[in-house]
Write a protein that binds this ligand. Structure first.
Ligand code: G
Ligand code: G
Ligand code: MN
Length: 275
């Protein structure tokens, strides 16, 4: 693997030189069996090291202040590409991950500018922030999240269950969606205790009036179990792996999640992510 310092040197240039690429993973409504949108996941197509996943460079970007230009690039690319997705699927919402370190008034301005540039209605953008990141500095995050919400943008609390949010903050967070972290979704199929945890998270989200989405769904049995527990939405390899934009457009055209009325049988398990 490329050394951290090497990546740090290359990252600034990489954003300018077009080495970044977005892959999209569909998010679906498990009750209606319909597509709702997709999460944009950034990849770095490095000329020497090949496709690098975000785990390996997001933290470098966060430490080196490159996270802001990277996020501006991601937002603009995701919004621009969502225009084509929406032509095929009018309710398509694109979700972009945000680092909590850049949640400030300047970011609100940048997001609004990007929405105007691509003429995308704010309600078709979802911004995902992780529970852990928000809880490190809840008061200042709350301020920015409220401003984004006032503009009509949807907010999602990512990796829910892995952090330490207190109920009092959860109540005040202006999020519309809770994403149950994939670790719970996997464990759920192995032990009864973990089913109780997932059930509790679903009930908590619903009682707060939130849409609850389970990440990391890898089998049809997991979908069935989640539907029994009352989980509204899902995302995971069983539904579809993250894929490049052109493949997403084909997927929208051909997937059972955009056509069938019955629960679709996955075509996704046959795909492998190009990386
Ligand atoms: O694809 P996966 O390895 O694709 O993503 C790993 C993690 O990287 C995810 O948990 C996701 O939250 C994070 N991530 C992906 N894209 C972005 C991005 O554009 N910005 C930030 N801050 N995090 C991202
Ligand atoms: O932002 P977030 O933490 O939700 O990022 C999702 C991460 O999880 C990405 O790295 C994505 O590639 C990965 N992922 C998505 N679905 C699945 C799945 O079903 N199984 C596994 N193992 N990983 C998944
Ligand atoms: Mn996410």
């Amino acid at each position: 693997m490329a050394a951290r310092r090497v990546l740090e040197c290359d990252l600034g240039e990489a954003i300018k030189d077009g080495e970044m690429e977005l892959h999209y993973q569909p998010k679906v409504n498990l009750e209606t069996h319909k597509l709702s949108g997709a999460e944009a996941l950034v990849r770095w197509n490095h000329p020497e090291y090949g496709m690098i996943r975000p785990d390996e460079f997001i933290s470098i970007a966060e430490e080196s202040l490159l996270i802001l230009p990277l996020t501006i690039w991601t937002l603009n690319t995701a919004l621009r590409q969502s225009i084509e997705s929406r032509k095929l699927w009018p309710d398509f919402k694109v979700a972009v991950n945000l680092s909590a370190s850049i949640l400030d008034d300047e970011l609100v301005e940048l997001v609004m500018r990007a929405l105007r540039t691509w003429d995308v209605p704010p309600e078709q953008l979802i911004l995902e922030v992780t529970e852990n990141a928000v809880m490190k500095n809840p008061e200042s995050c709350l301020n920015t999240l409220n401003k984004l919400r006032d503009e009509g943008i949807e907010l999602s609390l990512d990796d829910f269950g892995t952090g330490y949010s207190s109920f009092s903050y959860l109540k005040r967070l202006p999020v519309q969606e809770l994403k149950i972290d994939q670790s719970f979704v996997k464990l759920m199929m192995e032990s009864e205790d973990d089913i109780h945890i997932v059930q509790a998270m679903i009930d908590l989200g619903k009682n707060f009036g939130l849409r609850v989405i389970a990440e990391g769904i890898e089998t049809p049995e997991t979908v069935e179990r989640l539907v029994d527990l009352g989980c509204h939405s899902g995302q995971g390899y069983y539904i579809a792996r993250p894929m490049p934009h052109a493949m997403l457009l084909d997927w929208i055209r051909n997937s059972a999640w955009t056509s069938a009325t019955e629960a679709p049988h996955s075509e996704a398990t046959l795909q492998t992510e190009i990386s």
